[in-house]
Design a protein. Structure first.
Length: 87
């Protein structure tokens, strides 16, 4: 698994979380997993390929904020691409 650092606080401790609202709101979260920074609460989509932090997810998320590919391994999630192209 790649080294992960929170873009909000710089923290490096994360835990898997279950967020029903995010799953209902974002299709790519419904089909994936979320990881939350233990220090500040920022949530990230977990990359299906390398298990790194793919992109940050929050309630006011806009398509321009979503990473087109995983910054750690370059994997492109089809569910994320679909979200970006339809919003």
């Amino acid at each position: 698994m790649p080294e992960m650092k929170c873009e909000g606080c710089g923290g490096m401790t994360f835990e898997l979380v279950h967020d029903e609202w995010m799953k209902r709101t974002f299709r790519f979260v419904e089909n994936g997993q979320l990881r939350m920074c233990s220090s500040c609460g920022y949530k990230y989509l977990v990359c299906k390929h390398c298990q790194g932090n793919y992109t940050r997810v929050h309630p006011g998320l806009e398509s321009w904020e979503v990473n087109h590919e995983c910054p750690s391994c370059g994997y492109k999630d089809p569910d994320v691409d679909f979200y970006i192209s339809t919003t």
